[in-house]
Design a protein around this ligand. Structure first.
Ligand SMILES: CC(C)(COP(=O)(O)OP(=O)(O)OC[C@H]1O[C@@H](n2cnc3c(N)ncnc32)[C@H](O)[C@@H]1OP(=O)(O)O)[C@@H](O)C(=O)NCCC(=O)NCCS
Length: 152
């Protein structure tokens, strides 16, 4: 597996992987292609350097979008992870974990020791995934749970 930076030409691949990743969930995602397209461009604009795609034999199987310039929930400067998606048939193979490792290393390289993310309260798989990687729950906004991790 190869992990590289995303560029504007990855838009269609992102839409495909995003739809595949979320197909078993019934909320917490954009349904319309035009919204996913807008979201992709927003993620790219927020932090191009921190947006990565995982590829196996040139096929995009997962994406992670970080943000080294985000202001955290408690108004502190934190490293944010906005999105992670893994293609349905590639889940459970450690790709998500590798993408998170890449994101943490990137945010650390930008001087962040605290990583924050938000997850839907009923997105049990993602919550388990993040807990397994050392993230803790602290804070809630509507149906979104804030999770964070202090990097060693
Ligand atoms: C969350 C997500 C990115 C995980 O990706 P993945 O590649 O399947 O995860 P990994 O294979 O790297 O799993 C890492 C660990 O997470 C845990 N985990 C992953 N999927 C799990 C599941 N379905 N049930 C329980 N634990 C799970 C496992 O404990 C695993 O540890 P292990 O290696 O000891 O088995 C993927 O399920 C996904 O794309 N979900 C839809 C999009 C989404 O919800 N994104 C998060 C938005 S906040």
């Amino acid at each position: 597996m190869k992990i590289r930076n995303v560029n504007i030409n990855d838009l269609e691949k992102f839409i495909e992987v995003y739809i595949s990743a979320y197909k078993k969930l019934n909320k917490y995602f954009y349904r319309k292609k035009r919204n996913i397209k807008w979201y992709f461009k927003w993620l790219l604009k927020r932090d191009k350097e921190g947006f990565f795609v995982a590829e196996i034999d040139d096929k995009a199987v997962g994406f992670i979008a970080c943000d080294a310039n985000w202001e955290g929930f408690f108004n502190e400067k934190i490293g944010e992870i906005h999105e992670i998606v893994v293609r349905e048939e590639y889940k459970g193979r450690g790709i998500g974990k590798e993408l998170m490792k890449k994101a943490e290393a990137y945010l650390k390289s930008k001087g962040h020791n605290i990583i924050e993310l938000w997850v839907g309260e009923e997105n049990y798989i993602a919550i388990k995934f993040y807990r397994k990687l050392g993230y803790k729950e602290e804070g809630k906004f509507g149906e979104w749970i804030r999770m964070y991790k202090e990097l060693k």
